[in-house]
Design a protein around this ligand. Sequence first.
Ligand SMILES: Cc1ncc(C[n+]2csc(CCOP(=O)(O)OP(=O)(O)O)c2C)c(N)n1
Ligand SMILES: [Mg+2]
Length: 803
Amino acid sequence: MKANPDSKTEITFNDFKSEVLSDYKLAVTSRECSLLGRREVLTGKAKFGIFGDGKEVPQIAWAKAFKNGDFRSGYYRDQTFMMAIGELTIEQFFAGLYANTDLEQEPMSAGRQMGGHFATHSLDENGNWKNLTEQKNSSADISPTAGQMPRLLGLAQASKIYRNVKGIDTTNFSNNGNEIAWGTIGNASTSEGLFFETINAAGVLQVPMVISIWDDEYGISVHAKHQTTKENISEILKGFQRTEKENGYEIFRVDGWNYPELIDIYQRASQISRKEHVPVMIHVQQLTQPQGHSTSGSHERYKDEDRLAWEREYDCNVQMRQWMIANNIATDEELSTIEKDLKKAVRDGKKAAWNAFINPIKAEKREIVSILEKVASVSSNGVFISKLTNELNAIDEPFRRDLLSAARKSLRYIVTEEFSAKNDLKNWIDNYIKEIQPKYSSHLLSSSDKKALNQSEINPTYNDDAELVDGRIILRDNFDALFSNYPEALIFGEDAGHIGDVNQGLEGLQEKFGELRIADTGIREATILGQGIGMSMRGLRPIAEIQYLDYVLYALQLMSDDLATLHYRTKGRQKAPLIVRTRGHRLEGIWHSGSQMGGILNLIRGIHVLVPRDMTKAAGFYNTLIESDEPALIVECLNGYRLKEKMPNNIGQFKTPIGVVETLREGADITLISYGSTLRLVEQAAKELQEVGIDAEIIDVQSLLPFDINHDIVKSISKTNRCVVIDEDVKGGASAYILDQILNVQNAFQYLDSVPKTLAAQPHRPAYGTDGDYFSKPSVEDIFETVYDVMHEMSPTDYPKLR
Ligand SMILES: Cc1ncc(C[n+]2csc(CCOP(=O)(O)OP(=O)(O)O)c2C)c(N)n1
Ligand SMILES: [Mg+2]
């Protein structure tokens, strides 16, 4: 057997033996980590454990086929693989379990994710790309099962783009598209829609993706008979098998305890996928869970004695050991000695990880205890403070919570006293929070030079005889400039390619830039988003188009769970500067006029949410975002593509700033705050209000996340002393968010002379037709009357009751 059929040189039996031995050592080390890991949870040192025991051997075979530049998108069972590619040590494994917040010691997430969620660093400490072709890469795991699948598609597609699109600087990202994106998923999680959607899409796209299904017949306690038709995922996916005439998948099936066969299959999979860009599925069957699913329960509750006995016998490590003995690779005694040594190595690594975790906290404890002792010695409430101090002192292995809680409670006892130790205590609390809070809260957004807030505004400029054109022309010409200037940019979505999107904002661009860059996709919003996430993680600049805002909900789970958390959950070591394009608000019927901005805003903190009122503003946002390194959602106005706008003469250059509002109309009496399609109605209402002597100021928010970073709205309210927030979402949605920002972040309360109001749509989805719209969403009359009522309340004589 040659471990690597790519190489022509035959290896000697001794080389072979030592490679197998080192593989076995890794399998044993990983298993021992799982066993001790579980114990750490049961004794309370760690909160939760989910481990890779029972899946060691296939992961070692996989790692042999995994090359520099390749990417993994997997789930919590893959610790052995991470160890095999050299990206997870014993100490790091335990650091993850303890939630060590030091990125050096816990490189997966700096303690932000529970153990078993793996990642490598694509970015340096300044947020700049490392050379991904010189390292083995793992995209950061998420817990929602099958959530890793759509991103996997994009990671694989990047290779196809790098191989086939000319003109992109591939230095840091690709070697002629030779990289494979390797996925893993549990058997039960293949029941998820995201799995099937991804499998189909990768078959259509023909991308170098190899998906391994770790099949242990269970999903927690639920057996395959409740999960999978015929209890066999590769059986039911047989139709995906490629033929001589038709594209599809190469599908393999292998027993997870069969070491030589696993190595062979992973090598074959790698060759096919890497060279031919064909997706491959490897169904790894007959795997086990020696310790059950996780530390939350025990599998004896749901597996019968026969199954448990079978699992003991077919444990992949046990089988590998027997195979080694049968093939004279090692004797039983030799292996026992190795196992004993490795157990000790894991114990030592665990201890080192625990000390590295706890010692800094113990030092912090000593600091605060000594301050509290001083405070207790001079305070008239000394007894109470001493009690808190002693309780804290008695905790050998404290949490930071214990320290801060004791310190903050003690401060309350000396609120009326003054002495120098009180200042020490106050300072300690302030400094501690300043130092510790970022360990848990930093890096939601980019902190690199390219962050969106660093991009300054460039106004559109116009010739004197600037033509009035349909808004979509401005967008189209701007996309044309953008794709010309950025060869790494590409757009894809339903109807985005051949016809140039449903509103012709991309008209003619596929002919110019090719089918790979301006691409039609199937109807599959989640994987459209996943394509975008994966490709942007590999240095491309995708724009994922979701045809209508109403269908963003299909992709919203991933925007929330994956895209929005990526930078945060890797503490800034991975990014996906994906631009999501959609169009929405006001058109017709329940599913083409939704404006579910509140739901979106609350679910995707970490992604900018931009709501341009016209296509010039929208084009400016695209120009800003392509220069920055943060993800964003742009909602174009669905009814704005045919409205006339002046054609700028600096297409592709002008930039709409992020987080900056615009005053559309100056007024003295009341501030009207709105965004997107509704603004046209607000502007009309303002004209009508002027006729009855009400002078309204109108502010276009433009950017819901981030929100008015210069606090311009409160400046307006300090002048008008009144405000109404108007949008098309339901009440309590985005308008409530905006009002919260104005009141609680910008402190507008002090300037208000009238109750601040929100005007939103009816609580039901908008009904179809002109009257459906009128009776579902705020109308000009609704806006007029809401504002008028505020003025009436202020001065009933000047503004007598309307009705
Ligand atoms: C979307 C989602 N639903 C439910 C869960 C809870 N959950 C975690 S693991 C798991 C079972 C997964 O089984 P399988 O895919 O076979 O992987 P295994 O743990 O057996 O390796 C479930 C239901 C989850 N994490 N995400
Ligand atoms: Mg399973």
